[in-house]
Design a protein around this ligand. Structure first.
Ligand code: PHE
Length: 358
């Protein structure tokens, strides 16, 4: 059995010397595989006489088990040392400072909407929304703007292609159609604000074909002009964060409110410096009024029983005033430097208790 012992010691030496699990696998196949050296010897047993076969068979089986066990032990040893090697190369110093990551910013429009929601939310308003593509009824007719009304021209409406029945849908020119949708859908009392996109065919330093408005609507049995004034004065002082901000209500006209008022806030332009607050000048920031009885009736609400007020303002405009942003067009240029300068830190969520903006 010299040959046997040689095979045994050669295999054991090869297993001890194997530097990887792939090398071990090759040794296993060469010895125990279908055509492996031990397997071939097993096949040769048939030619021996019974006694010799039993003795040789037992020895071969023992050798086979021994080699298999040696390979297994070597594999365990190798994988332990492979793991140690990986742990050594992938070592991380957890005491190092974190790498600065590129930081996102909240766009001033989103920030301003969040602030509006925080202020009006505190007063009990909820947020409503409506479609950007409107029909004539919701954008104009139900708001007491009949066909041929001059307000239709003033709105510089974007029209969609005519439908087979001759009607044309529009990109909503204001958020007021959501007043109509809300009154048609829900029963009063109602208290909603509607922040959203609006569209007018107008483009220069102070006008963009797409801009944002926020609408407000209150309908119940008792809200009157005094509530309108109180609500909007409170809003202006909170939003601009000026406690004694002068707020002026100036008679105006909108087809869907009667009486109507435009709201101005005090400001000063002394020494070429613009400042919001008590001063010699006024700045118009929003339109408002008591909801017109015809509008209530158009929505199936009895104007002898219900009344209320509405208001609407441009979000870019109040954002520009509050944050000193000089050009409207920059809002939509997606210039990262602009966004880094005028944007807001994502984790500073505006709230009436935590502060609106920092
Ligand atoms: N919809 C008006 C506009 O776009 C604003 C407004 C809303 C005025 C509600 C009064 C009441 O100019």
């Amino acid at each position: 059995m010299d040959d046997f012992e040689t095979t045994r010691s050669e295999l054991k030496a090869a297993i001890d010397a194997a530097a990887s699990r792939e090398a071990l696998e090759q040794i296993r196949v060469a010895a125990l595989g279908r055509k492996g050296s031990i397997t071939e010897r097993m096949k040769g047993l048939g030619a021996l006489d019974p006694d010799a076969r039993r003795a040789a068979g037992a020895a071969l089986n023992a050798l086979k088990d021994e080699i298999a066990a040696a390979i297994e032990a070597a594999a365990a040893r190798l994988s332990a040392s492979e793991l140690q090697a990986r742990l050594a190369t992938e070592r991380i110093d957890v005491s190092l400072p974190v790498r600065p990551e590129p930081e996102g910013r909240i766009h001033p429009i989103s920030q301003t909407i969040d602030e509006l929601v925080a202020i009006f939310g505190e007063m009990g308003f909820t947020v409503a929304e409506g479609p950007h593509i409107e029909d004539d009824f919701h954008n104009f007719t139900a708001l007491n703007i009949p066909p041929e009304h001059p307000a239709r021209q003033e709105h510089d409406t974007f029209y969609l292609p005519e439908k087979p029945d001759g009607s044309r849908r529009v990109l909503r020119t204001h958020t007021s159609p959501v007043q109509i949708r809300t009154m048609l859908r829900d029963k009063p009392p109602l208290r909603i604000i509607v922040p959203g996109r609006t569209f007018r065919n107008d483009h220069d330093a102070t006008h963009s074909p797409m801009f944002h408005q926020v609408e407000g609507l209150v309908i119940d049995k008792t809200s009157h002009m005094g509530h309108l004034k109180g609500c909007l004065i409170e809003f202006c002082r909170n939003f601009f964060d000026v406690e004694d901000l002068p707020v002026r209500f100036r008679p105006s006209y909108f087809p869907f409110t009667e009486p109507s008022a435009e709201v101005d806030i005090g400001c000063s332009r002394a020494n070429g410096e613009f400042k919001i607050g008590a001063g010699a000048d006024w700045l118009e920031i929003l339109g408002s009024g008591m909801v017109h009885p015809k509008v209530l009736a158009n929505c199936g609400i009895d104007p002898d029983e219900y009344q209320g007020f509405a208001f609407g303002m441009g979000i870019e405009r109040i954002a520009m005033l509050k944050y000193g942003i000089p050009d409207l067009r920059t809002f939509y240029e997606s210039d990262l430097r602009w966004l880094r300068h005028y944007g807001f830190v994502p984790l500073d969520v505006p709230s009436m208790v935590g502060g609106l903006s920092r």
